[in-house]
Design a protein around this ligand. Sequence first.
Ligand code: ADP
Length: 257
Amino acid sequence: MQRVDHTKNVISVEAISFSYDGERDVLEDITLDVHQGDYIGLVGPNGAGKTTLLKVMINLLVPRSGTVKLFGQDIRDFKDWQKIGYVPQKAVRFDANFPATVSEVVLMGRTSGKGFFQRTTDADTEAVGNALEKVGMLGYGERLIGDLSGGQQQRVFIARALVNDPEVVFLDEPTTGVDKKTQDGFYALLQKLNREFGLTIVLVSHDIRRLTREVMHIACVDRTLTCHSSPEEYLSESEAVCVNGKDVKLITHHHRE
Ligand code: ADP
């Protein structure tokens, strides 16, 4: 496990506003810090701007104003993208005939600066094995991805995001369309990755209630940041504020020991 310094800023979002059309702000004046080892849930209703915020945090979208820093560096100059893993929304489900093995799918996440048809190195093979092991899928490498269940495929997508041994992983609505048992296994895996491997996790979900049982911090987004608190504080005092969307409620950052 890497040494986790909970005071170290991994992501700093400062006074971000974002608009798709140049007229209406989808995000307005959002300021949010994520520290090393944090497990944070970005929650809010559909259309609130959660995915947009996540994409701003990884430079897939550029804000109209404000700044984003990753590991203390302005995102515009940031180059260490292997430190970042991303599991996008609606990660493609493969059907039974898709001609790729689990290992090949995980290998697609490997950023080694080579062209697609370059030979796989021993380091690549080892990285794929390590990532599969972390998600409990070692031994599935030669299976066809389409032969796996939805829950197993989801683990493979996470392995793909972990293959460069990142320090932070962003996941966007990863439990959409999966059954309760699969969800439970998925959340248990994220807990393990956070606690055992010190992985910083940013998870987008509209399932606020479920997230309050999982994450260290809840950040409610509804165009603005309507609250940022621990799950306990959220349940005891912030929920009404978030639901009503009236005030910004910023509560001191607490950390799990
Ligand atoms: P959430 O993830 O909370 O459901 P999104 O970030 O996806 O919210 O969307 C926030 C708002 O931005 C919504 O009103 C949505 O319709 C709009 N939006 C999202 N993507 C685009 C896009 N590519 N072009 C224009 N508007 C968009």
